[in-house]
Design a protein around this ligand. Structure first.
Ligand code: NAP
Length: 259
């Protein structure tokens, strides 16, 4: 299917690896020019070059922390008026409700709620002026069904979800859609690090930890960044203009709910 977005320009945050990279690659495959971002310059530049080589699109790389005001300013200076914005950042650490102080919540809120909100605040006006735009926020299945050890993530992402629910309905009439894409377990460094936590806590092997988690997913496997990216690119396509303010699970059936 032709996604109809060849020549458009996208910012994809936190995209040197994992799900962000999956989204960047799928957009590049559809002919979209990219501004990529991550903190580690070397990995980011390598990803940027691999995407240039593979898809022949323009790719610029901005190495910075997207959860800071300065980082966001650097990315927006490179591309102040993207047609497509994919927000993403690292997820907060796991723990227990009694572990976290205000500073921990503030860090999670900056990373997983306020950063996407500020990026939208800066980019939506020009999308509205042009009469076309797409925003996809990478959130988590924990928005639909809380993951108890990820209380910081549950809290911050719930705030973003509420913001998107209202804002998406204020901008839809201008041809601008905002949706959230909710990953379940995917084979990325983040999943490895969470499995690593279980290995430490329970004294089992990495393979056993993965097997146990796969058993909780109806598809009986982890998702891939490629599958995730393809879904993101569809949401950014011309065909998805009537999908507004949705929270789309990409979790192999892991969230046990009727709707
Ligand atoms: P990942 O494989 O660890 O990749 C994270 C990417 O984000 C890397 O490119 C990393 O590069 C970059 N990054 C992290 N913090 C950043 C920051 N502050 N500023 C700029 N770039 C940053 O993670 P992932 O699995 O793709 O997860 C992406 C998001 O989805 C996370 O919020 C995660 O919590 C959420 N999620 C993932 C899963 C899963 O199973 N994978 C499930 C549910 C939710 P640098 O380290 O160089 O900055």
């Amino acid at each position: 299917m032709d996604l109809g977005i060849k020549g458009k320009r996208a910012i994809v945050c936190a995209s040197s690896k994992g799900l962000g990279r999956g989204c960047a690659e799928a957009l590049a495959a559809a002919g979209v020019d990219l501004v990529l971002n991550a903190r580690t310059a070397e990995t980011l530049e390598q990803t940027a070059q691999e995407i240039r080589d593979a898809y022949g699109v323009k790719v610029e790389a901005v190495a910075c922390d997207i959860t800071t005001e300065e980082g966001r300013a650097e990315v927006l200076a490179k591309l102040p008026d993207p047609d497509i914005l994919v927000t993403n950042a690292g997820g907060p650490p796991p723990g227990k409700w009694s572990d976290w102080e205000i500073a921990d919540f503030e860090a999670a809120l900056h990373a997983n709620m306020l950063t996407p909100i500020m990026l939208m605040k800066h980019t939506l006006p020009r999308m509205i002026d042009r009469g076309w735009g797409r925003v996809v926020n990478i959130t988590s299945q924990s928005v639909k069904a809380p993951i108890p050890v990820l209380g910081l993530s549950n809290s911050a992402r719930a705030g973003l979800t509420g913001y998107v629910a209202g804002t998406s309905r204020q901008v839809a009439e201008y041809g601008v859609t905002i949706n959230n894409l909710l990953p379940g377990i995917h084979a990325t460094d983040r999943a490895k690090s969470l499995d690593g936590g279980v290995v430490k806590a329970e004294g089992i092997t990495m393979e056993e930890a993965k097997k146990r988690r796969e058993a909780t997913i109806p598809a009986r496997r982890y998702g891939t960044p490629d599958e995730f990216g393809a879904t993101c690119a569809f949401l950014c396509s011309v065909h998805a203009g009537f999908i507004v303010g949705q929270n789309i699970l990409h979790d192999g059936g892991g969230t046990n709910a009727t709707i």
